[in-house]
Design a protein around this ligand. Structure first.
Ligand SMILES: Nc1ncnc2c1ncn2[C@@H]1O[C@H](COP(=O)(O)OP(=O)(O)OP(=O)(O)O)[C@@H](O)[C@H]1O
Ligand SMILES: [Mg+2]
Length: 138
């Protein structure tokens, strides 16, 4: 699915397609350059599904966790991870959770082996326009 988005409110349309997938053992992989809007999208999605806490970027702490009823939600930014030593620790947290991962390639996890993988790729067209490509949802 392809979405051309010219303001942040329109991210709602994409989030709606993900609501049915908000459950354990799902991994939403967010791709796109620095500043593409991965964290901005995460904020929109988590707000929309009912997370009441303020969602911030896990740039420094790598992983933020939220609870929604009985579901654990992990928001991971692996940008600063450069080796494989933490892989097992993150994987343990991710099992049975709903996971959102920025810079997923920096975590040596074969996501497909453990999770239903959904990919959202963000392309920056200009200052205001982004193209979002969503794969893995019906
Ligand atoms: N259509 C749009 N969708 C998302 N963000 C947008 C859009 N238009 C403009 N922006 C702006 O682009 C910036 C995106 O920053 P954000 O932190 O979400 O990027 P990121 O992909 O998470 O970057 P990083 O890789 O550094 O974590 C924000 O300042 C946001 O306001
Ligand atoms: Mg980010």
């Amino acid at each position: 699915m392809r979405f051309e988005i010219s303001n942040i409110e329109e991210l709602d349309i994409i989030s709606e397609h993900l609501i049915n997938y908000l459950k354990g053992n799902v991994c939403l992989i967010l791709d796109g350059q620095m500043g593409a809007g991965k964290t901005t999208f995460t904020k929109n999605l988590l707000k929309k599904v009912g997370v009441k806490e303020i969602v911030t970027s896990p740039t420094f702490n790598i992983m933020n966790q939220y609870k929604l009823h009985d579901l654990n939600i992990n928001h991971i930014d692996a940008y600063r991870l450069t080796n494989e030593e933490d892989e097992q620790m993150y994987l343990e947290q991710m099992i049975d959770s709903f996971n959102i991962v920025e810079w997923s390639k920096n975590l040596a996890i074969k996501y497909e082996n453990y999770f239903k993988v959904i990919k959202l790729k963000i392309e920056v067209i200009d200052e205001n326009i982004r193209v979002f490509n969503l794969e893995g949802v019906n």
